[in-house]
Design a protein around this ligand. Structure first.
Ligand SMILES: C[S@@+](CC[C@H](N)C(=O)[O-])C[C@H]1O[C@@H](n2cnc3c(N)ncnc32)[C@H](O)[C@@H]1O
Length: 279
């Protein structure tokens, strides 16, 4: 019989192995509380039973629910408004002016329950005339099947739409559904959501013009942060713009991306990658 601290450490190691996220001592104390529902739903007596189920790979649902419960899924519409203002006023006009084939592809890696993706879709809709005749798509990926299902549903509670969403956008692009708000189909049509791990992306293909991976890498160890940035770089051209969360940087984590000279807080592929691509 393993002691509780050892079981917690083993569950934390399982979680880091699957997601890249490192659980600090201070976050580890939340494990038992966070996993209470998972244990109850699957008829497991305690954390030790849960660990046995994870180690035996008995049930994918248990693993997915465990990962979901421990993960931070915090998100909101237009989170860090200044970033979305820069996307709206500088980055998208720049991409519109420079992309050759009237094709705009955006990827939100670690999109949680969809607010980031729909915020971008709303910005594109605000400038609908500018994008007329373009093929525009935004794909959101997340490791959590529960978050992706919620993102696909596009159904938000009153308190979700009260956080950061301008009332004009709410009235224009959402339908009231009982005490919830549902994204309108024409906005959802710009989006696509898939379950995927940023450490080993399988659900995306081709190159993207803008990649967001915000508030995802901050819990990763330096090695796995570097691995995740290498994954993102495989889907980026030299002119692709990368946005990370406010407290995140590629500096010290990867030489594949360097701060963009043009857009504050954004990253583009570093000089050695560009040289390698040219050579
Ligand atoms: C704090 S939320 C950030 C959501 C959104 N990007 C934002 O900034 O509002 C982090 C999300 O990253 C997801 N995530 C964590 N590790 C991941 C991984 N290895 N691959 C894909 N998504 C991951 C989590 O499931 C969670 O939904």
């Amino acid at each position: 019989m393993r002691s509780n601290p050892l079981v917690m450490q083993a569950i934390a190691a399982f979680f880091e192995d699957k997601t890249g996220q490192h659980l600090s001592e201070s976050r580890m104390w939340r494990i038992e509380n966070a996993l209470h529902d998972v244990m109850r739903q699957h008829g497991l007596r305690d954390l030790s039973d849960l660990l046995d189920a994870l180690e035996e790979g008995r049930n994918d649902g248990i693993a997915a629910a465990t990962i979901h419960c421990i993960t931070n899924h915090e998100s909101s519409f237009f989170r860090d408004l200044k970033v979305f203002e820069m996307v709206e006023k500088q980055m998208l006009p720049h991409l519109h002016a420079t992309l050759p084939d009237k094709l705009l592809r955006i990827w939100c890696a670690g999109c949680s329950t969809g607010q980031e993706v729909y915020s971008l879709a709303l910005i594109l809709k605000r400038h609908e005339a500018m994008w007329r005749g373009w093929r525009v798509s935004i794909i959101g990926t997340d490791i959590s099947p529960f978050s992706i299902t919620k993102a696909q549903e596009g159904l938000y509670q009153q308190m979700d739409v009260q956080r950061g969403l301008p009332i004009a956008d709410l009235l224009c692009w959402f339908d009231a559904a009982d005490d919830h708000w549902r994204i309108k189909p024409e906005l959802r049509a710009l989006t696509n959501f898939k379950i995927d791990n940023v450490l080993e992306p399988r659900a995306v293909s081709g190159m993207f013009d803008l990649i967001l991976c915000r508030n995802v890498l901050m819990y990763f160890s330096p090695e796995l942060r570097s691995k995740a940035l290498s994954s993102l770089a495989r889907y980026a051209r030299p002119d692709t713009l990368l946005l990370l969360g406010a407290g995140e940087t590629t500096i010290g984590a990867s030489t594949l991306f360097a701060p963009s000279g043009e857009f504050r807080g954004a990253y583009q592929q570093g000089p050695q990658v560009i040289e390698r691509l040219a050579g």
